[in-house]
Design a protein. Structure first.
Length: 174
């Protein structure tokens, strides 16, 4: 089993797995309502993760790494960038990630319903991490590392519980 990155948009959390173990768990900030981070896979209770973009099987992988990195399109620094799409979406360093992650999930009180600020807080589709976390993930991940994005999937997050492996939680080996 290789390295895998799971991004849970509902909880604004990124989890890095290697083999049977969790390597990192980081707060993150995903796209806003006008620039969403695409949900390529969704957890369905009893079925596990299913792929659902127009019936196509979509697997994201880290396709390029770049540090330092600057977006000319948005005139923004994207240091420690792990690109997972050809149109420039990446996991990268952002600013004030922990407070924004907390606000995006509904102040921690209504986690998962997005709160009033959830749709207006976020990136242009990328997934932001704090500088320290982005640097750790950048160093750990390699080209070809699987990137799994799940959306508003409370059942998925709850199913992980104290499971020792992704497979125990119904996540396929990618």
């Amino acid at each position: 089993m290789g390295k895998r990155i799971l991004i849970n948009l509902w909880r604004q959390v990124l989890i890095a797995f290697e083999g049977n173990g969790t390597i990192y768990t980081f707060d993150c900030v995903s796209g806003d309502a006008r620039h969403p981070t695409e949900e390529v896979e969704e957890f369905v209770p009893g079925k596990g993760i299913v792929k659902h973009i127009s019936g196509n099987v979509v697997k994201h992988k880290v396709i390029r790494k770049q540090h330092p990195c600057h977006s000319t399109k948005y005139n923004a620094q994207m240091n420690y960038a792990l690109f997972f799409t050809n149109d420039g979406k990446a996991i990268h360093q952002g600013e004030v990630v922990e407070p924004l992650s907390y606000l995006k999930t509904g102040f921690g009180l209504l986690a998962g319903v997005g709160g009033a600020l959830g749709p207006i807080i976020g990136s242009h589709g990328c997934v932001r991490l704090s500088k320290d976390n982005a640097e750790k993930l950048y160093t750990w991940a390699s080209i070809g590392t699987s990137v799994i994005i799940v959306g508003h999937a409370n059942e998925f997050w709850n199913s992980l519980g104290d499971k020792a492996t992704l497979e125990d939680a119904g996540v396929p080996h990618l």
